[in-house]
Design a protein around this ligand. Sequence first.
Ligand SMILES: [Zn+2]
Ligand SMILES: [Zn+2]
Length: 412
Amino acid sequence: MNSLPEFTTQLKQYLDQHGIEWKNMRRTLHRFPEVSYQEHETTQTIIDFLTKLGWHIERPLDTGCVATWTPKNKWDATHHTVAIRADIDALPLQEEGKAKQEFLSQNPGVAHCCGHDAHTAILLGVAQTLAHFYNEELLDPSAPQVVLVFQPGEETTPGGARLLMEHGLLQQLGVDQIVALHTAPFIPTGHVALKEGMLMARPDEFELILHGKGGHAGSPHECIDPIIMASDVVTQFQTIASRQTHPADPVVVTVGSLHAGHTFNVIAEHAELKGTVRTFSKDQAELVKSAMQRIADGVAASYGGKATFTYREGYPAVVNHPEPTTHLQQAAQTANLEIQPLEKPLMAGEDFSFYQQSIPGALIFLGTGNSDPDIDSQYNWHHPKYNVDEAAIPHGVALFIQYLSTHSSSNP
Ligand SMILES: [Zn+2]
Ligand SMILES: [Zn+2]
């Protein structure tokens, strides 16, 4: 069997030949984005591509799919089995950007502005490379069995990852390790970043209605002004992180929307607030939730009003397990990607955490940031101008193939 340098050279040649196909695939996916749980055409594109290569398809959910090289009835669930996950959904937003002119979204109000088109193209690239390596017997037989997960609905609760885990297919296949990547505009192309432990936050949501008593703006003494209540509540919410949780625990409380009233001379009847809470544990989230309830009730009561507070749990925090993190780190080194230190976790959320609840898993950030005006890929996730430097697509493929080879006994 091949030694690692030889394997790496063959891999590089293969990527050089086929990188352009995956770039084109990313553009096709980008042109026809679909929102969470509606990824029907996307799923068909993926299935057509995989079936031609000889992969076997399972469809545990309405959209998305799971692919294995060996058919399920011949599968050995006791063999070391790893899953690689790509999320396939887009966002309900109107995109912009000169750099994307050639492949702008053809579906109005829907756009791939979180890089999931690149995630999908990378995993299809992995599928094509693996098919070639399996057919040519270039991968070590001791390499783990591979499950490719094309997951729907990352952007919207309950989370496609959660639905897949509830279905139980990955458990039936005996997946004992899972990895994924996310494109990262804040990291230059050619670099990656990862860390063991806390990586991404728990993104919960809240809604608050403050009920007052409307009336003439010139007679505030006859009204209960919900805008005054809302102002106090917003300010007091900011004391939760500074005064009620441990200073070393990262906590964010953001009011993202505040609506009350319609005109100059009327005191509104009520105010509506919406926002998000970011923490790293359920206990922490519970603490914040009860503090918010106390503040909302207390402030409202102090003015003679009332509060209706609703809190919805989002995804758990992404916490990287040590073993897959080490494997990804080794893979990045072998794939010649520069590893950037990542000292602090991010306060964004990811439903990859649902896999990590029962399968050791790690998520890595793949650098896609490039300030070249023709690429212009440094806008943050979910920005209308968000773009991916396509030069990073073969890096992602190399990373995952090397990840598999780090498990093989002859490729230490
Ligand atoms: Zn996103
Ligand atoms: Zn994303």
